[in-house]
Ligand binder design. Sequence first.
Ligand SMILES: Cc1cc2nc3c(=O)[nH]c(=O)nc-3n(C[C@H](O)[C@H](O)[C@H](O)COP(=O)(O)OP(=O)(O)OC[C@H]3O[C@@H](n4cnc5c(N)ncnc54)[C@H](O)[C@@H]3O)c2cc1C
Length: 192
Amino acid sequence: MFTEKEAVAIDVKTRSVTFDDGLRMEYRKLFIATGSKPKPMNYKGKDVRNVFHLRTPEDANSIARLANNKNAVIVGTSFVGMEVAAALTDKAHSVSVIGIESVPFKKALGEKVGKAIMKLFEANRVKFYMLNEVSEMIGHHGQLKEVVLKSGKVLRADVCVIGCFFPLHCCFVLALGGDFGPWIWPVSVEFL
Ligand SMILES: Cc1cc2nc3c(=O)[nH]c(=O)nc-3n(C[C@H](O)[C@H](O)[C@H](O)COP(=O)(O)OP(=O)(O)OC[C@H]3O[C@@H](n4cnc5c(N)ncnc54)[C@H](O)[C@@H]3O)c2cc1C
């Protein structure tokens, strides 16, 4: 077992993996389990503070503290986003959820279940802005104050949580130039 080593390149022709310290190891079979990473999003105001990808216990504590009796905006309507929304309904002054689909969990659970879940959240004061995306985060003295949506709607915000992840932390795999689509692990492992 190696710790504190990052795999930075895979060469499928020579069947080898290169690590950040220059070590190169050959493999017979390769299994990649590098997890997920936040999906890059295109909006203005990337330097504004109090916008989180929930990755660490410190992030969770900061979100809970900043949302207390304040306005929370959540981007993403799948497992992470909806879990955060649920956790904040009885803590935050307001909880707004932004999603690119028509209902939450649409891809994972379908339209019908998504609609029912949306109603349940709405009954608990959560406001949804669906078929929408963030266009800008506006800060005051560097701290988040407003989230502007592509529809033009402006939401008051003291904290924003972005719950959009790539299912695969695979930059070095993608660097190979092959199409290792996120849901085709068995195929890519076989291919390697
Ligand atoms: C906020 C949040 C809440 C979640 N809640 C749940 C839940 O309630 N239930 C549930 O089932 N799932 C939940 N998940 C999802 C769950 O965390 C993931 O599905 C799970 O961690 C995936 O495991 P993994 O081993 O594939 O990846 P990870 O747990 O992400 O582990 C990947 C490992 O690979 C390492 N790594 C990455 N790149 C490299 C590299 N180039 N070289 C070497 N090492 C590398 C990382 O350091 C890490 O140690 C949640 C996720 C988040 C973010």
